[in-house]
Design a protein around this ligand. Structure first.
Ligand SMILES: NC(=O)c1ccc[n+]([C@@H]2O[C@H](COP(=O)([O-])OP(=O)(O)OC[C@H]3O[C@@H](n4cnc5c(N)ncnc54)[C@H](OP(=O)(O)O)[C@@H]3O)[C@@H](O)[C@H]2O)c1
Length: 254
């Protein structure tokens, strides 16, 4: 039987890397995407090939519409299908919430370009290919920042809120052939926060997060990947939903 195909933006590290590995492990062909770190992307590709699947590595800044369209053409030429698209690539600027002057219009435009406009452009570019396989799924990687209005910056939280709304709109627009859902991870143990906050602040925030969360822990990229896999490969009657994967941070402890 022809292998199914999964495309994941920003899959050279963190959640995206764990996601391509999860699909490859289940026998899917995977397209790995990055914008800067070619070496990391090639390392993830090697880990996926171990599972006997075909791997495509694509350098593309997904905030650029032409790059998204070229990406879709490459996938069509390689496999002639796309069953799952994961819009995972994200960016932020770390700015304390009270520092309103720390965010410029350009910061908002850059953050929205990657976190909101790119998922729209990718969904638009891949929709004709995905419609060939009814039941196909788009999964957008949001954040609990969208529900709490806090996180690395006000611009980041707002962009993820917009991504949640985009998920609802696209779920209606791309149905009935394509399902569109989102995941909202909590604090992830990945280089994103370690580098953004620095090791000491990361450790302090991780401990504070675990002390508050009902499950007493931060979230591993593989745990988000598992939920993404379920939304992509299963969840046949689920669309327009946002699934929170935060270890119970939002509900807190008793
Ligand atoms: N870390 C957290 O605590 C957390 C919590 C909630 C939600 N999230 C969300 O989860 C997603 C993944 O985060 P992560 O923690 O796994 O971060 P990460 O390890 O830093 O991975 C980010 C990925 O995005 C890629 N990327 C960035 N800009 C891109 C662009 N314009 N075009 C294509 N690829 C691009 C990066 O590749 P290059 O370096 O090669 O550009 C990298 O592969 C993001 O959407 C983030 O908002 C993260």
């Amino acid at each position: 039987m022809e292998k199914q195909v999964c495309v994941v933006t920003g899959s050279s590290s963190g959640i995206g890397a764990a996601t391509v590995e999860r699909f490859a492990c289940a026998g899917w062909n995977v397209a790995i995407n990055y914008s800067r770190n070619a070496q990391a992307a090639e390392q993830i590709a090697e880990r996926c090939r171990v599972h006997g699947v075909d791997v495509l590595v694509v350098k593309a800044d997904v905030s650029q519409d032409q790059a998204c369209r070229t990406f879709a053409t490459e996938v069509e030429q390689r496999w002639g299908r796309c069953d799952v698209l994961v819009n995972n690539a994200g960016t932020t600027k770390f700015v304390q919430p009270h520092d309103l002057e720390g965010l410029s219009a350009e910061d908002f435009q850059k953050i929205f370009g990657v976190n909101v406009i790119a998922p729209f452009q990718m969904a638009r570019a891949f929709a004709p290919l995905m419609r060939r396989n009814p039941g196909a799924g788009v999964i957008n990687v949001s954040s609990i920042a969208s529900q709490l209005g806090r996180g690395s910056s006000i611009a980041y939280a707002a962009s993820k809120g917009a991504l949640n709304t985009l998920t609802l709109s696209l779920a209606r627009t791309l149905g009935p052939e394509i399902r569109v859902n989102a995941v909202a991870p909590g604090m992830i143990d990945s280089s994103w926060l370690r580098e953004g906050l620095g090791e000491a602040r990361f450790n302090a925030q991780r401990d504070a997060y675990a002390a508050h969360a009902a499950l007493s822990d931060v979230v591993q990229p593989e745990e988000v990947a598992e939920t993404i896999f379920w939304l992509g490969a299963g969840a046949r009657k689920t669309t327009g939903e946002l699934i929170t994967v935060d270890g119970g941070f939002r509900i807190g402890k008793i």
